[in-house]
Design a binder for this molecule. Structure first.
Ligand code: PEP
Ligand code: MN
Length: 373
């Protein structure tokens, strides 16, 4: 059961304390406090955990400061939708709004290699009016002898350069909770020139201890990749670990699933799940065409498979695109063959904008149909 407090109720309010005291008296029920940072104010939701079936929603609704009470199903308690269209979806981070209605492209380097390449990438993004990017510092690699990323050594110049080129949010994978502290310390030391969205990679989708640690901090939002070898339901439950620890600023990323049925693509593209995740949860949904498709092959129409897949995700309502670019793919230390070229950035963004326009028209068409029925 979720108890939503009025938007004017803060921890200091008398109503807040009275309601929390009343809830703490309920036998066998524990209360978890969850705060959601909106553009203007903080919204407080109280999660009642335990056997809530016997509780009267009316009695709880009558407690001071309570705006609404929602009964939730067992799954995805916090991130789920639960047939309640009124609960807020999305969040603001470092001046950028993320929700199931917005669209942002995070084009950037799979792995940071040199400051020169980082700068070339960020400069190109600014020229194209982009405020988000991806930069890999900590790389999970299949082979222990492969390049593992420059780690914390590259953070100072990545953050400084991002600030210089007006980048507001960098998606950056973390493979261990200590890296969250390294990122945080470096942002502090460099004077917070930019922001970071912590990425959980597909190899860590069910690394529950990492999820709990990343979920305990609320400063940085999380880009959560679906697991490449588990069901969608298992991945959504894993995302809920972040929220259950306190951080519900989560974007769910589809990145293909591992099976040779996807050949010749690197993974089987799963972007038809965009509307499914939007229906089951309130998370904005990201698509990663680079790791799904994994190559620069193109169809006879001249369009790269990777761009076709991106368009499929965006036409289906995706809210974010995570995509690898490289300044010198032949020399890239990680995932060179799937990276787009700098000269293709303008084309890619224009293609995404066309697909988005198509999605918006499809959405308007469905609204007209619903209203005429
Ligand atoms: C990545 O985005 O750099 C990455 C490693 O992706 P995934 O975890 O989806 O393989
Ligand atoms: Mn990669």
């Amino acid at each position: 059961m979720i108890v939503i407090l009025g938007s004017n109720i803060t921890e200091a309010s008398e109503e807040y304390q009275l309601t929390l005291d009343a809830l703490s008296q309920l036998p066998g029920i524990t209360t978890r406090i969850h705060q959601i940072q909106g553009a203007q104010q903080v919204l407080t939701e109280l999660y009642l955990i335990g056997d809530t079936r016997k509780l009267s929603a009316e009695d709880i609704q009558a407690l001071p400061g309570v705006e609404r009470v929602i009964r939730v199903s067992e799954e995805y308690r916090i991130l789920g939708r639960h047939q309640d269209g009124q609960r807020t979806s999305g969040f603001h981070y470092n001046g950028v709004a993320f929700s199931q209605d917005t669209l942002h492209v995070f084009a950037g380097l799979c792995a940071v290699d040199t400051p020169e390449h980082v700068e070339l990438m960020l400069k190109a993004l600014r020229e194209h009016g982009q405020v988000c990017t991806r930069m890999g510092a900590y790389k999970p690699r299949t082979n222990p002898y492969s390049f593992q990323g420059h780690g914390k050594d590259c953070l100072p110049y990545v953050f400084d350069l991002a600030g210089r080129y007006g980048i507001k949010v960098i998606a950056m994978e973390v493979t261990h909770e200590d890296q969250v502290d390294e990122i945080h310390e470096c942002l502090e030391q460099t004077g917070r020139p930019t922001g970071v969205m912590l990425q959980i990679g597909t190899r860590n989708t069910q690394n529950f201890e990492l999820l709990k640690a990343v979920g305990r901090q609320r400063e940085y939002p999380v880009l959560f990749k679906r697991g490449f070898g588990i069901t969608l339901n298992e991945s959504l439950n894993a995302a809920e670990y972040l929220a259950s620890e306190g951080n519900s600023q989560v974007i769910f990323c589809l990145r293909g699933v591992k099976t040779n049925m996807g050949d010749p693509h690197r993974n089987l593209v799963d972007f038809s799940h965009v509307p499914v995740v939007k229906r089951l949860t309130r998370m904005p949904v990201c698509v990663d065409p680079s790791h799904s498709v994994g190559s620069r092959e193109r169809a006879p129409d001249g369009i790269l498979d990777l761009m076709h897949a991106t368009a499929q995700g965006v036409v289906a309502g995706a809210n974010m695109v995570l995509v690898d670019f490289n300044t010198a793919p032949a020399k890239a230390l990680v995932d060179g063959p799937q990276a787009l070229l700098m000269s293709e950035l303008g084309w890619f963004l224009e293609d995404v904008a066309l697909a988005r326009e198509c999605y918006e028209k499809r959405q308007a068409l469905s609204q007209r149909r619903l209203h005429s029925d």
